[in-house]
Write a protein that binds this ligand. Structure first.
Ligand code: 13P
Ligand code: SF4
Length: 312
């Protein structure tokens, strides 16, 4: 009975994937998926990436329609960078709690207190907040972005953990907002120590959205893409992974013979997981929900995102 149910599920998946292929052609659409998406979504994606690679891809694609499988701020960034395209998201409820931890009023108040500071915003922010900033960054380019800014004083929003990490690589004064990622912040020193005892030959690779005391334990610290690249190129065969569990998909694609252990079962972002194949089909069929960003907000936010894309 169980085998039958499994077979039926696989068949349904195949049917949904075929329908997606057909709809993609009809709509001239591209599917962009963040590395934290469910495996089934990453399997149908035209392009998989971290926040930076996906923003870059959205800015340069020829497709008329972008189906953005990630969370809301990522879809917004795609729309801002590609304003003439239709940007669909499979489920509007896929938000990012960290992005919601900073708002325009709070940021304006902080800017008033530090009139000489430039604002660097992690891409995990709403379009409204981006429109109040000087430049965006992702975890892949944060240090370079900070160094590129023409000021010795930086207001950093919203991730305090990433802010703490990057502050160690600059002499600039960092005024750090108190936000954090609910998922990465769950990982504790105890979790890592327990895993190390269980897998003594494994290297610990960690995302800088984790707590500073956890990041400190990393054999390698980097963005999602940097972690995947490091594991692929490393001579080591076994890793304890300190980032969201969807990353396992690309890790296994790139390094099929290596072993990956996620540092805790809690490293799952529920927001990233609300998307599924059925919802991808539905959004391509109905062309809803679409991302809309008011033009005056989009123009200001675009300047911040484009400045980031120019940083070498
Ligand atoms: P990156 O995609 O920059 O690695 O960021 C991780 C993340 O939490 C995205 O929401
Ligand atoms: Fe936001 Fe964290 Fe989920 Fe990324 S992993 S979308 S930062 S809550």
């Amino acid at each position: 009975m169980e085998a039958l149910a499994l077979e039926r599920k696989e068949e349904q998946k195949r049917e949904l994937k075929e329908r997606i292929l057909q709809l993609k052609k009809e709509r001239n659409a591209i599917i962009l998926a963040h590395y934290y998406q469910r495996d089934e979504i990453q399997e149908v994606a035209d392009f998989r990436g971290d926040s930076f690679l996906l923003a870059q891809k959205a800015a340069t694609t020829d497709a008329e329609v972008i189906v953005f499988c990630g969370v809301h701020f990522m879809g917004e960034s795609a729309k801002i960078l590609a304003p003439t395209k239709t940007v669909l998201i499979p489920d509007e409820r896929a938000g990012c709690p960290m992005a919601d931890m900073v708002n325009v009023d709070g940021l304006r108040a902080l800017k008033k207190q530090h009139p000489n500071a430039k604002v660097v915003a992690y891409i995990n922010t709403s379009a409204d907040v981006k429109s109040e900033t000087d430049i965006c960054c992702t975890s892949a380019n944060a240090i370079k972005v900070i160094e590129s800014v023409d000021s010795d004083e930086i207001i950093w929003v919203p991730d305090k953990n990433l802010g703490d990490y990057v502050s160690k690589f600059t002499d600039k004064k960092m005024i750090i907002w108190e936000g954090y990622c609910n998922t990465h912040d769950m990982l504790t020193v105890k979790d890592v120590e327990e895993m190390r005892a269980q897998y003594p030959n494994a290297k610990f690779v960690v995302h800088p959205e984790c707590r500073p005391e956890v990041v400190k334990l990393g054999d390698f610290v980097g963005s999602t893409t940097a972690i995947i690249k490091y594991c692929k190129e490393s001579e080591h065969q076994e890793f304890i992974v300190g980032t969201e569990d969807g990353t396992g998909f690309q890790l296994r694609v790139d390094s099929p013979d290596k072993k990956f252990h996620f540092a805790t079962k809690y490293l799952v972002c529920p927001n990233m997981k609300v998307n599924n194949l059925k919802k991808v089909v539905r959004c391509l069929e109905t062309m809803q929900p679409q991302i809309y960003v008011p033009p005056h907000i989009a123009d200001q936010a675009r300047a911040s995102l484009e400045r980031m894309l120019l940083v070498k």
